[in-house]
Write a protein that binds this ligand. Structure first.
Ligand SMILES: *[C@@H]1O[C@H](CO)[C@@H](O)[C@H](O)[C@H]1NC(C)=O
Ligand SMILES: *[C@@H]1O[C@H](CO)[C@@H](O)[C@H](O)[C@H]1NC(C)=O
Length: 503
């Protein structure tokens, strides 16, 4: 008897299995490569940690005895030789994961220098060189040239100029007597490769106040707040006092403000807080090539924000850094201050990998009438007068602000966080993430005029929200006291009515 096949053998099954084999092999190779990658990343990280451990004493000794005053806050914009660009400040970043990601040297990099810069948007890394200035033991000045690496900051909108980090490697030079040779530069300048190395000005380095171990120590201060650039004759003196007094009352230790142009009245307020050491007021006079919104976005805002992050994390030692504009008040709805709020939000390292906390924005438009109970009350406080708000907070990322754990953050933007430190694979640390804070926990109250066409704003549905009133009596007496210290018998200046559509 002979059998005949009714069907041809099913070829596709066989192909499937070959397909499977190929896929499995590929997956195997990928896993293998990943394993090698992870192992080599881990290996390299270990090398950096090891190097840093070995030399920490020498580096700390040098930081302590650095001949020049290294803790100045006198930064200003200085030209880069041979190119239409400027540098502002320079920081020492010792994070091994950052070194691993950005170092261009093969070995012995123990830290990166992060320089805050404004450069033509199309500038390429290979065009620029870092020139480090050291002093040797005979007080002779020595220069060392190393390649620069550029990292354009996000949100730049492709205008002619943009904010950048310029990154330069610091490599350890192993000598018989390590104490004869300095490892840390006092200052750094940037030159274009067409230019003579002798040209251009130096910015002073900022080093961590507590040395190499600053980021891993527990005793950091609580939180610093960055206030984006005050520009175009900024004139809201009373609002600025309300802002600083509010945040200070809620537990903020320090403020960093960028002064581009302010009225004499505001200048008095700034001088007062600087004298009290509540605030650092930085000179932010931009050279004339940077034209507001025409050649550079937002008066160099992204440079200011990231300068503030590095200044308060890698020079001063604040655990958290937050960014808020003068008309924005972060109001906790259940907690009484920011310490309690952050204690509940930041569960790291026990449960969460969050290193950035996003607070959603809700408008309390200033065109809404003041609430009746607050009328005639002095001083005028936005947080007390305005209790009508849009029902819906904006989506995260739209005008939201944030608080970050500085040591785990590499780049911040206006409304969001752009880059966290990569986790160290040796421990259980993974990728750090941002966490969107529930609007029931805290909201960013934004006391501003309607940002678009006014009739449109009147059509949006609103509700009454007087949660901020639980803070405003205490706030009012603080503001009043400060006003009389600054302005004497004149007391608080009148509130500035803000014109619709103005920033
Ligand atoms: C703010 O900047 C202006 C303009 O450069 C300057 O005149 C003023 O002294 C600065 N104020 C403070 C407090 O730094
Ligand atoms: C932490 O993680 C848990 C579980 O994934 C999540 O429910 C919680 O909302 C997170 N909290 C924070 C503050 O990140």
């Amino acid at each position: 008897m002979s059998y005949q096949l009714l069907h041809k053998p099913i070829v596709s099954n066989w192909t499937m299995s070959r397909y499977c084999k190929v896929t499995l092999t590929l997956i195997g190779i990928i896993i293998g490569l990943l394993f090698i990658f992870v192992r080599s990343r881990e290996y390299k990280l270990r090398q950096i940690y090891k190097l840093q451990n070995e030399i920490a004493d020498i580096i700390d000794f040098e930081m302590e005895y650095m001949t020049r005053e290294i803790f100045t806050e006198g930064d200003k914009w200085l030209p880069v030789a041979g190119i239409n660009g400027h540098i502002y400040s320079a920081y020492f970043d010792p994070r091994p994961e950052v070194i691993l990601k950005y170092s261009r040297s093969s070995a012995n990099t123990f830290g990166e220098i992060f320089i805050v810069a404004l450069l033509p948007t199309n500038t390429q890394s290979q065009h620029l060189t870092c020139v480090l200035q050291f002093e040797d033991n005979d007080r002779q000045t020595i220069f060392k040239k190393i390649p620069a690496q550029l990292r354009i900051l996000n949100d730049h909108w492709d205008l002619e100029y943009s904010a950048f980090f310029i990154i330069c490697d610091l490599t350890y030079k192993n000598l018989e007597n390590a104490y004869d040779y300095r490892q840390l530069p006092e200052a750094v300048r940037i030159v274009h490769h067409h230019e003579d190395d002798d040209n251009g000005q130096f910015v002073d380095m900022h080093y961590p106040k507590y040395g190499m171990k600053q980021l891993s120590q527990e005793k950091s201060d609580f939180m610093a707040v960055c206030v984006p650039v005050l520009h175009h004759n900024f004139n809201r003196a009373l609002e600025l006092i309300e802002f600083i007094e509010y945040y200070e009352m809620m537990g903020i230790n320090h403020f960093t403000l960028y002064n581009s142009s302010v009225t004499p009245e505001v200048d008095k307020v700034l001088t007062y807080y600087r004298t009290k050491l509540t605030a650092t007021i930085l000179n932010w006079n931009l050279p004339s090539i940077y034209v507001y919104e025409q050649t550079l976005r937002h008066e160099g805002l992204f440079a200011a924000l990231n300068d503030c992050l590095y200044r308060n994390t890698h020079h001063h030692s604040y655990k958290y850094v937050g960014t808020f504009d003068v008309d924005e008040f972060l109001v906790p709805r259940q907690h009484d201050n920011f310490r309690d709020l952050m204690r509940d939000l930041d569960l790291y390292p026990n449960q969460n990998d969050s290193a950035g906390f996003i607070f959603r924005n809700v408008y309390f438009y200033t065109m809404y009438p003041d609430n009746v109970a607050s009328r005639k009350k002095v001083p005028y406080l936005y947080t007390r007068a305005k209790t009508e708000r849009l029902k819906m907070p904006h989506e995260p990322g739209k005008r939201s602000r944030y608080v970050v754990r500085g040591k785990d953050t590499v780049e911040i933007g206006n409304y969001n966080i752009w880059e966290f430190r990569e986790g160290s694979l040796m421990s259980s640390e993974k990728e750090f993430k941002e966490y969107i804070v529930n609007p029931e926990t805290a909201l960013l109250h934004h006391y501003a005029p309607c940002e678009a066409e006014e009739t449109g704003c009147y059509l949006k549905s609103i509700e009454t929200d007087d949660i901020a009133l639980r803070f405003t009596e205490r706030l009012a007496s603080r503001v009043e006291k400060t006003c009389s210290t600054i302005f004497g018998a004149d007391g608080c200046p009148p509130p500035r009515k803000r014109i619709f559509g103005s920033e």
